[in-house]
Design a binder for this molecule. Structure first.
Ligand code: NAP
Length: 499
């Protein structure tokens, strides 16, 4: 049986109208029509459904100039923190009012099941609402200072100031959410932004531009330029008027961006790749752990930075857990994003599909055994069957490298020392999840895991108040939580001689 291509008749009127629109770049509060375009391909059907502008250095320069002027303009600079908060809350309301448009666009553009797209739209409003409240709570410190000048008195304090123009570059895997993770703290801090969404999934960023205008943000505060990373993205990283680059994407691109940004000493935060372990001890609630381990890798077809791509199971329960996870995988309904029964969509493009299949084929040829029984039905889109592979070695590429697809490598372990070493033994340090009902065991392991986030007896869902980010080759800096604001603020020290 073939997987049905996307059924566009299901799309709402607003979504069809949006897809048919000629898309430009959103610069200084207006749409600038592009000189050339890139096709928008629906990954569920491999069909073109729209086109976006192929921006380059010229459009980035216009956008950065607009953001630079807006940063200094009274329309933005003179707003009180509470007025900034109100604008951000208004944007959250508008996103909520346009939730079905945004979810449908995300599903068609990225391939994700519509239900998951809806969850992400809801999550984006949550991030804006959480962050908005911080606008009025950005404070410095007063510091007691005594100097060796007889009879003199000093008053000293620190203040926190917005860094200036932010260049935000985001990936295609959860496009709206990634854009909001950058925009929310940047706007809360009082920065202005030029956003470069991923070429493979830019539509929700463009729909967001309409809502940013409707919310009443002054022109130039948020600018959105679509196009290729090596053209628009690189021009943004190198622009002298950009003070900070906030990047989410692959480790290779992050390193390249960091090198480029060094020349002008821009501030940089990098949210990069991962190869996160799920660790199941023999005392865990195994039914819950099996579902959790399957969700950790198969949600969004494994195209999630914190995906639990390595599963370590204590030897006594290894077979039971691996079979359980494979059963979960075999049950998942693969389908086009708009099909309401779909639980697993396609991968983003043909290149990513071939990349993921290549890992499975090479591992199988080297002796790994495929525990899942799923064969992929005929499909136009870029589908890959959810795959669980056993008989792999810790040093294998399948275990060491980020695949960014629905592929799980499973390995047994004997004790806590061994699993702590295995969990840390990749170049990445993004996230981990631990399943155990032995509190003492969990607390012995937690400080030994070198990563930015650990979830215990649950999957690693993001929450607006909890920082997300990594260590090692997974980057530095944090999105979400109060901590994310630090990346968009400078500290100014003030020392006043009073007498
Ligand atoms: P990517 O290839 O690194 O691209 C990310 C963004 O960077 C895209 O907008 C891309 O533009 C742009 N880009 C590419 N080359 C560039 C350059 N030379 N200069 C400036 N910008 C450039 O990553 P991806 O394949 O889209 O996304 C998947 C990766 O993101 C995975 O590694 C995943 O782990 C990571 N990720 C990390 C987190 C986290 O929080 N740590 C969250 C989500 C995803 P174009 O694509 O338009 O060319």
């Amino acid at each position: 049986m073939a997987i049905a291509s996307n059924d566009y008749a299901r799309l709402g009127h607003a979504t069809r109208t949006f897809l048919d629109r000629q898309h430009g770049h959103y610069i200084n509060g207006a749409w600038i029509m592009p000189e050339s375009t890139l096709a928008v391909i629906d990954p569920s059907s491999a069909r073109p459904v729209s086109a976006i502008g192929a921006g380059g250095a010229a459009q980035i320069d216009m956008a950065v100039q607009a953001a630079h002027a807006a940063f200094a303009s009274p329309a933005w600079k003179a707003l009180s923190a509470l007025e900034r908060e109100r604008l951000i809350l208004r944007l959250a309301d508008l996103i909520e009012q346009n939730a079905s448009l945004l979810a449908e666009l995300e599903s068609v553009d990225n391939g994700m099941p519509l239900g998951f797209a809806g969850i992400n739209v809801g999550g984006a409003t949550g991030v804006l609402r959480y962050m908005a409240g911080w606008a009025s709570k950005i404070v410095g410190d007063t510091v007691e200072v005594k100097m060796p000048f007889p009879g003199s008195q000093f008053f000293a304090y620190t203040s926190r100031e917005a860094v200036g123009v932010v260049g935000a570059i985001v990936p295609w895997n959860v496009p709206l959410m990634m854009a909001i993770w950058k925009l929310a703290p940047a706007l809360t801090a009082g920065c202005t932004v030029v956003l470069k969404p991923a070429e493979d999934a830019s539509l929700t960023a463009l729909a967001l531009a309409d809502l940013i205008g409707q919310a009443g943000f002054p022109p130039g505060v948020v600018n959105i330029v679509t196009g290729l990373g090596r053209e628009a993205g690189e021009a943004l990283v190198c622009h002298p008027l950009v003070s900070k680059i906030s990047f989410t994407g692959s480790t290779a691109t992050g390193k390249h961006i960091n090198r480029l940004a060094t020349d002008s000493l821009k501030k940089v935060t990098l949210e990069l790749g991962g190869k996160s372990p799920t660790i199941v001890f023999d005392d865990a609630d195994l039914d819950q752990a099996i579902v959790g381990a399957a969700n950790a890798i198969f949600t969004n077809s494994g195209q999630i930075c914190v995906a639990g791509a390595r599963l370590y199971v204590q030897r006594g329960v290894f077979e039971q857990v691996v079979e359980g996870v494979a059963r979960q995988a075999d049950r998942l309904v693969l389908g086009a994003g708009l099909d309401p029964s779909s639980q697993l969509g396609p991968l983003i493009n043909a290149r990513q599909q071939a990349h993921v299949q290549g890992y499975i084929q090479r591992a199988s040829a080297a002796g790994a055994s495929l525990v899942t029984r799923r064969t992929l039905p005929e499909a136009d889109g870029y589908f890959v069957a959810p795959s669980v592979l056993a008989n792999v070695r810790q040093s294998d590429a399948l275990v060491q490298e980020e695949i960014f697809g629905p592929v799980l490598a499973v390995l047994p372990f004997d004790d806590l020392d061994e699993v702590a070493a295995l969990a840390n033994d990749t170049p990445y340090g993004l996230a981990a999840s631990v399943w155990s009902n032995n509190l003492s065991r969990v607390h012995q392991l937690l400080p030994r895991l070198k990563c930015g986030k650990v979830s215990v007896n649950t999957e690693g869902f993001p929450h607006p108040a909890l920082p997300e980010g990594g260590t090692k080759q997974s980057g530095f800096g944090r999105d979400l939580g109060r901590e994310s604001l630090d990346g968009y603020l400078d500290t100014k020290t003030v020392l006043v001689r009073v007498s």
